[in-house]
Write a protein that binds this ligand. Structure first.
Ligand SMILES: [Fe+2]
Length: 468
C-alpha cells in the first residue's frame, strides 16, 4: 500500500455531524493492491466502482449543509480477474488546492455564500467555491465529478488525477446538476441547471461523443429559483419534480438562509418534451420534497415515475417529523392529472436501478434503508433494500453494525447482476466493499473486500466496466 499524507486538519469545534463520525474526512491519498477478499468475487465483475462524497479537510467557517456541501473525494474499487485494488483522490479544484496550501479553510460553505472569506490567490478572489462532491458519472470516456450547482471536474479514470473543469464547450460555464441522465438507447446525456435569474432553469443534451447536441434551453413556467436535485428521463420527456424549496436572495440579505421552504407554492411536475415542444406542468396532490428519483418511463399515454418522497426538505433539525416513502406517481399529461401510490413506507434514500433501463420500464429498485436500529443520523443507513414495484416484493440485507452507502448496479451477462457499495462498521470503523446478488440481497454479501483505510460515508457512485 502506498500512502500520500496530505496534512492535518485544522483544530476547532466540529460544525456538523456530517464532518465527524463516519462522515469525518480522511486526509491521505492511498493506493492499495490485492486486498483481502472474503467469499469470491465473480469473474464477470471486471471494472471499477467509483464513489464520490464530501471530504473537507478543514473545519469550515460557516454552517454546513448536508448533503450539498463539501470538497470531493473519489474512491475507486478496481476489480479484475477476481482481484481487488483500492485508490482514493481529492477532486483537486483550484479552491481545495489553495486551502491545502494554506492549511485552513478559505471559503464559506454553500449556505454561507460559497465566497472567499480569507486570503486566496488573486485569480480566485471573486470566485465561489466549486463543490464537486455529489456524484460521479462516466460519459464519452470522461470521468466526471459533479456538484449540486457548481462546475463539474474531469478525472483521469485510471489514476483519478484531476484534469480540470468540464463546461461542455462553454455550454455550462458555471455548472449544472449533479444528476444528469444518460439515455442507454441514444447514448445522449441530458442535464439541467437551475439559475438565479430568468428563465430560472435550462436543460441541454450532450451527445454520446461529448458534443453539445442541444445548447442550454429555458423551460417556460418557472417563477423562481427552485432547488431541484435530480431528474428523470423517458423516451419522450425530461421530468422534473418541482418542490417548494426556493432560493431567495432577499432572505440572504437579511442574514437568513438563501434556501427557504415555501409550502404555499405547492409541488408540481414539469414534463419537458425532448422534441422541443412546450413543457407540460402538472399539480401534485400534496406538498413534498424529493432528493432522488429511481426512474421514469412512458406507458401508453401516461408517464410513470418512482421516487423517494419526503414530507419536506430534509435538514438536520427537522428530520424527526419528516416521513419517507418510496412512491409511484402516474402522470396523465393529456388529462392534466396525477396520482401517487406508496410502494414502500420507511426511511430510505439513494434509489438505483440497472442503468441500462434508465428511461424504460424497470423491474427492481435498490436503496439504502434504515432497519430501525438506534443511533443512526439522517443519511446513515444500515440496510440495503430492494423493491420490485410491479409485484411489491421486497428484500433486505440488514448490515447490523455496518453502515452502507448507495447500492450501485453491476450487470452480469449470465444473470441479473449485483449491487455493490462501500460500508463501514460503526464499532470498529473498518470499511469494506460488499457485493450482493441483485436477485436476493437478503442472502448477504457473496463477497466482501477489506479496505486498508476508512471510506467516509458519501453520496453517489458509478460502475464502469472494463472495456472489451
Ligand atoms: Fe443526489
Amino acid at each position: 500500500m502506498t500512502t500520500t499524507p496530505l496534512t492535518t486538519a485544522a483544530s476547532g469545534p466540529p460544525a456538523s455531524p456530517y464532518v465527524t463520525g463516519l462522515f469525518a474526512p480522511v486526509l491521505d491519498e492511498v493506493d492499495a493492491e490485492d486486498l483481502v477478499i472474503h467469499g469470491e468475487l465473480p469473474e464477470a465483475i471486471r471494472g471499477s466502482y467509483y464513489r464520490n462524497g464530501a471530504n473537507t479537510p478543514y473545519t469550515p467557517p460557516t454552517p454546513w449543509t448536508y448533503p450539498i456541501d463539501g470538497d470531493g473525494m473519489v474512491h475507486e474499487m478496481a476489480i479484475s480477474e477476481g482481484r481487488a485494488h483500492y485508490r482514493n483522490r481529492f477532486v483537486r479544484t483550484p479552491m481545495i488546492e489553495a486551502e491545502l496550501a494554506a492549511k485552513k479553510a478559505l471559503w464559506a460553505t454553500m449556505m454561507g455564500g460559497a465566497m472567499p472569506l480569507g486570503e486566496v490567490p488573486e485569480e480566485l478572489k471573486f470566485t465561489p467555491k466549486d463543490l464537486p462532491d455529489v456524484n460521479i458519472v462516466r460519459h464519452d470516456g470522461r470521468l466526471l465529478a459533479l456538484a449540486e450547482t457548481t462546475r463539474s471536474y474531469c478525472l483521469d479514470p485510471t489514476t483519478l488525477a484531476t484534469l480540470g473543469p468540464e463546461t461542455w464547450d462553454g455550454a455550462y460555464p458555471m455548472g449544472h446538476t449533479a444528476h444528469p441522465k444518460i439515455d442507454p438507447v441514444t447514448g445522449e446525456m441530458i442535464l439541467f441547471a437551475y439559475t438565479f435569474a430568468e428563465p430560472y432553469l435550462t436543460w441541454a443534451v450532450i451527445g454520446a461523443d461529448g458534443s453539445v447536441v442541444q445548447p442550454p434551453t429555458g423551460v417556460a413556467g418557472f417563477d423562481a429559483t427552485y432547488m431541484i436535485h435530480d431528474c428523470a428521463i423517458t423516451e419522450r420527456y425530461l421530468l422534473l419534480l418541482v418542490n417548494p424549496a426556493v432560493f431567495t436572495l432577499d432572505e440572504m440579505m437579511k442574514g437568513g438562509s438563501p434556501l427557504q421552504w415555501q409550502p404555499e407554492r405547492g409541488s408540481r411536475t414539469v414534463l419537458v418534451p425532448r422534441d422541443g415542444s412546450a413543457p407540460i406542468w402538472l399539480d401534485a396532490d400534496r406538498v413534498s420534497w424529493c432528493w432522488h428519483i429511481a426512474n421514469a418511463y412512458d406507458s401508453a399515454d401516461e408517464v410513470v415515475v418512482d421516487w423517494v418522497r419526503w414530507d419536506h426538505l430534509q435538514v438536520v433539525d427537522q428530520v424527526a417529523e419528516n416521513l419517507g416513502a418510496l412512491v409511484r406517481t402516474t402522470l396523465r399529461p393529456s388529462a392534466g392529472t396525477t396520482s401517487t401510490e406508496v410502494l414502500h413506507e420507511g426511511l430510505m434514500e439513494f434509489p438505483r436501478i440497472d442503468d441500462r433501463r434508465i428511461g424504460q420500464h424497470h423491474s427492481r429498485i435498490a436503496m439504502g434503508a434504515k432497519s430501525g436500529r438506534p443511533g443512526l443520523i439522517p443519511g446513515e443507513f444500515d440496510s440495503v433494500l430492494t423493491i420490485r414495484p410491479d409485484t411489491g416484493e421486497a428484500a433486505v440485507f440488514d448490515g447490523g453494525d455496518l453502515v452502507v452507502g448507495e447500492p450501485c448496479f453491476v450487470p452480469d451477462p449470465a444473470a441479473e447482476g449485483w449491487f455493490v457499495t462501500f460500508g463501514t462498521d460503526r464499532t470498529t470503523l473498518r470499511s469494506s466493499f460488499i457485493v450482493l446478488s441483485a436477485e436476493d440481497v437478503s442472502a448477504g454479501p457473496i463477497a466482501r473486500v477489506d479496505l486498508p483505510v476508512r471510506v467516509p460515508n458519501g453520496l453517489h457512485g458509478a460502475w464502469a466496466p472494463t472495456a472489451g
